[in-house]
Write a protein that binds this ligand. Structure first.
Ligand SMILES: *[C@@H]1O[C@H](CO)[C@@H](O)[C@H](O)[C@H]1NC(C)=O
Ligand SMILES: *[C@@H]1O[C@H](CO)[C@@H](O)[C@H](O)[C@H]1NC(C)=O
Ligand SMILES: *[C@@H]1O[C@H](CO)[C@@H](O)[C@H](O)[C@H]1NC(C)=O
Ligand SMILES: *[C@@H]1O[C@H](CO)[C@@H](O)[C@H](O)[C@H]1NC(C)=O
Ligand SMILES: CC(=O)N[C@H]1CO[C@H](CO)[C@@H](O)[C@@H]1O
Length: 865
């Protein structure tokens, strides 16, 4: 549990500390800021003496700034404001230039009341069009009629203030508004060609999202700068990683929540400070942001999903167990592992290959000696209802003799590669050596990508795609020729020259969109090839990615700490609209101890995307590589996941249709309970299944927080009534603690070695009764793989409900209920009736288990007690 430290508590909202309200006037890295440098910017220079300074937090990149804006630092003024059909439009003017080149002195601000819970603000250059992120967002046509928010503005200097109508709570303040309840200095607005900056106050220190960074689920607001620029580095603290998601969720007092999304893809810093406040600093594009009013955290995410796009409904086997490693070396050794998994009766839906399968690491090839039997392996997988997924890197080898490598020759012919500043193909270096980078912002490239996949699919009928290295990564700095020296070529890190030319814009603007666009091309190609829901997992991601792919959390290590942080990563990506997410089970780098791998497999069984993956040169870490004891525990965890497939599949349906989270933070269900706000060692599946994994070595217990209410042990049905407290749970090596929240019904199935087999089993319903004897749950069911079954009405949706008389109702066309359990039945009933007929049942303390044996096509009623 994250308990507020006294230092944090003293900085809770409204208790102002002067230093907390300093806004950094000198954010440039690697500069020792002196009084002279600072005053040259007309800023205040006052060394900080607070104990929270960088001296006591040496790991912080930024401490309390010594150089900060004075309250009268010049900003923009609002010189006109007119009503429009969507809200208002105004003109902003700056009279005094800043110390950054190319200030844009006249701006246009547009305030759009898009829906009752969604406000959008755009600040643009009315004279010159600037780069805008090419993702499609909904267009509003008329002003929201009764918005949940009130927007106020100040003219001189220009500022905006957004309040929640019901509470009057200030959500956002853009620049200093003299009459604001926080009459303190919030920084000036900057809008120069390559430097846009604005600051807002925050309603609390409870901020989530802002991926992709390795951190706790709850962000630390103590001078914590998060950089956004897609980057290929192993997950470590204080650095930008593979994906970019300028979105945060913020809690307000009383359990309300709102969201903030800056639609901008340029390299940026998001600086959090304990006031609490945030500064957004981006080096291009426009200011275009959304505020989502919730009012609860789940609704905020739904409203965000409505803008960026709903996550795709995964193909059923995407939710099975995936096994991978780098360093199988041959198709036969890959096959051996698959066979060994089958021998041990270990569930496995998908086998993967890393770059080993390729001929000299070149895309769309396979090694004809070491992987000669790859096509046979894939055939064998299919014969066992299993699937095959292999890796693809975006870099296309540029050094093969002409006529020997179709992807490059054809790509050149069609002009699909990113060009350098002079219009020549830009060459970098990734896996195969020197490579060209496909420009996925061009439809021509999508067609070429499809053709390549289609040709390869004829040789190796793969089922899904793993797209890696798509930040895009480059082992060289910029290109073989370096980068030109000019004002664009100075971002925080240079993977591909910023001046490189892509169809939609220069790489400077497009860089962090690479993974998104590659995923889009890959998903649409796969859909054409297999005519089913495409399965794509991507390393680099951007908002709206969930429509095309899932994500794995990158190259983590086999350490207990990585096991723990994977929960925060998983929860964060569920907030970001990419629910199909998981970390490499047992860790990618290094070798796991057996105990850790067991614990990781138990937790991994509850990642929405569950894959074991391992680095080259390390010992095997698939479940069959361990002792019988460990193997059995892992098998049990995976079978448990398979038995819960109907629950997981239904949750993905709600993600797809409503934008719900699948793996869910406790605070989403208990927003009024502040003690849930920092929890990232436990999580829920949906609203009712609480997962409490062991994250430490050498223990046979785990402490978990139980929000107020009645909770049932999933396995035994024993109940605990919590007042909102931490409980110690027994957790021997072969057990992951699972609890059902009162009032829920969940459908389960007898598990088997593939989801194809287990998903055809009859249902077993588990009901966890509330005090009043009621419970409910649901099931979404379809053929598991056809495209758009919901959209075309090819599905069943069933609601199970238990009312006071214990009456369970299930109706479906091709799914039957075989047994039902009821947790929380206080006395042994005299009879149990199914469809008015006496039925067999057993009773043990608190629970009834009854045989149903009904016909699936008829309404089933179970009456007892
Ligand atoms: C608002 O209206 C005034 C008067 O018609 C006009 O001069 C001004 O340009 C308008 N401003 C905007 C931003 O449209
Ligand atoms: C708020 O404004 C008042 C009046 O201008 C001033 O006296 C007071 O010091 C300000 N408080 C803070 C915290 O800046
Ligand atoms: C695969 O090759 C790598 C590098 O040559 C080697 O370290 C590893 O042990 C090999 N793995 C197997 C399973 O033979
Ligand atoms: C899978 O189903 C078969 C046939 O019903 C059964 O014999 C087998 O035990 C099941 N496997 C597992 C792992 O439960
Ligand atoms: C297991 C683990 O350490 N997961 C981390 C891996 O890296 C991602 C970022 O890519 C973090 O979000 C995870 O927490």
């Amino acid at each position: 549990l994250k308990v507020l430290e006294p230092e944090e508590a003293s900085l809770l909202p409204r208790r102002l500390s002067c230093s907390a309200w300093r806004f950094d006037c000198y954010p440039e890295r690697g500069v020792v800021v002196t009084k002279e440098l600072c005053e040259a910017r007309n800023c205040c220079f006052i060394p900080a003496s607070s104990p929270a300074s960088s001296a006591t937090r040496p790991s912080r990149r930024n401490g309390i700034p010594w150089c900060f804006y004075p309250s009268d630092f010049p900003s923009y003024s609002l010189v006109s404001l007119n009503d429009t059909s969507l809200g208002q439009k105004g003109t902003l003017v700056r009279n005094v230039k800043t110390y950054y080149p190319a200030d844009i002195l006249t701006l246009e601000v547009e305030i759009r009341y898009e829906t009752n819970t969604r406000l959008r603000v755009r600040i643009t250059d009315p004279m010159n069009s600037r780069f805008e992120v090419p993702i499609s967002v909904p267009t509003a046509t008329k002003k929201a009629e009764s918005p949940d928010y009130i927007v106020e503005h100040s003219k001189e200097p220009f500022g905006l203030r957004v309040k929640r109508r019901t509470t009057g709570r200030v959500l956002q303040i853009l620049y200093n508004i003299t009459e604001a309840p926080l009459n303190t200095t919030v920084a000036p607005l900057f809008y120069a060609d390559q430097f846009i900056q604005f600051s807002t106050s925050l309603t609390s220190q409870f901020i989530y999202g802002l991926g992709e960074h390795r951190s706790t689920f709850l962000h630390d607001v103590h001078w914590n700068t998060l950089t956004m620029w897609a980057r290929d580095v192993p997950p470590m603290e204080q650095t930008n990683l593979y994906g970019v998601h300028p979105f945060y969720l913020a809690m307000e007092e009383g359990g309300n929540a709102h969201g903030f999304f800056l639609l901008n893809s340029n390299a940026m810093d998001v600086a959090l400070q304990p006031a609490p406040a945030v500064t957004w600093r981006t080096i291009g594009g426009i200011l275009d942001f959304y505020i989502f009013l919730g009012p609860d955290p789940g609704s905020v995410i739904e409203q965000y999903a409505e803008v960026i796009g709903y996550p795709a409904m995964p193909i059923y086997w995407a939710l099975g167990y995936h096994l991978c490693r780098w360093g199988y070396n041959t198709s036969d050794s890959t096959w051996e592992v698959v066979k060994s998994m089958r021998n041990y009766g270990m569930p496995q839906d998908v086998q993967w290959n890393d770059i080993d399968y390729m001929d000299r690491f070149m895309d769309f090839t396979f090694d004809s000696t070491k992987f000669a039997t790859l096509p046979d392996l894939v055939k064998d997988l299919h014969a066992h209802d299993q699937r095959y997924v292999m890796i693809l890197d975006p870099g296309i080898s540029s050094t093969q003799p002409e006529g020997s490598y179709w992807p490059y020759d054809e790509g050149l012919k069609r002009g699909v590669f990113i060009k350098d500043n002079d219009g020549k193909t830009l060459i970098g270096k990734v896996w195969p050596g020197l490579t060209a980078y496909p420009d996925f912002s061009d439809d021509v490239t999508h067609e070429w990508w499809y053709d390549n996949l289609q040709r390869f699919h004829q040789k190796v009928p793969f089922d899904g795609l793993w797209i890696d290295m798509n930040e895009p990564s480059n082992f060289l700095d910029g290109s073989t020729n370096g980068c030109p020296s000019n004002s664009l070529e100075n971002p925080p890190y240079t993977p591909v020259c910023a001046t490189a030319q892509q169809k939609q814009s220069i790489h400077y603007n497009m860089h962090s969109l690479y993974g998104l666009m590659e995923a889009k091309a890959s998903a649409s190609a796969l859909k054409r090839i297999v005519a089913k829901r495409p399965f794509v997992i991507s390393r680099s991601t951007f908002p709206s990615q969930g429509m095309y792919s899932g994500h794995w959390l990158g190259d983590n290590r086999s350490q207990w700490k990585d096991l723990y942080t994977s929960i925060a990563g998983m929860l964060t990506f569920n907030l970001l609209g990419i629910p199909l997410v998981g970390a490499d089970i047992c860790g990618f780098g290094e070798e796991p101890q057996e105990e850790m791998c067991v614990r990781w497999t138990q937790l991994g069984a509850f990642y929405p995307f569950t894959r074991n993956h391992n680095a080259i040169g390390t010992k095997p870490q698939d479940p069959t590589a361990f002792s019988p004891l460990a193997r059995t525990a892992m098998k049990q965890a995976l079978l448990l996941r398979y038995s819960l497939f109907p629950v997981l599949y239904t949750l993905f349906h709600h993600a797809h249709v409503h934008g719900h989270t699948v793996a869910r933070p406790l605070m989403f269900e208990f927003p009024a309970d502040v003690r849930t706000y920092g929890i990232d060692k436990q999580f829920l599946w949906g609203r009712s299944l609480l997962v409490t994994p062991v994250l430490d070595p050498g223990v046979d217990y785990v402490d978990g927080y139980f929000p107020e209410g009645l909770w049932y042990d999933y396995y035994m049905g024993d109940s605990v009534r919590s007042k909102g407290e931490e409980l110690r749970l027994h957790a021997p090596l072969d057990k992951i603690n699972l609890h059902l929240r009162e009032g829920s019904v969940i459908p389960t199935q007898a598990p088997n070695m593939t989801l194809w087999v287990s998903s055809s089993q009859p249902l077993h319903l588990v009901s966890a009764l509330s005090d009043d004897g009621s419970a409910s749950g649901d099931l979404f069911w379809d053929d598991g793989e056809s495209i758009d079954t919901y959209e075309t009405n090819q599905y069943a949706y069933i609601i199970f409900s238990v009312v006071q008389v214990l009456h369970s109702n299930a109706e479906a066309t091709y799914i039957t209920v075989e047994t039902a359990s009821f947790y929380g039945v206080k006395e042994k009933p005299s009879r149990v009736l199914v469809n008015s007929q006496d039925a067999q049942f057993t009773y043990r303390t608190n629970q009834v288990r009854s045989e149903v044996m009904g016909e699936g096509t008829h309404t089933q009623e179970i009456a007892c007690c």
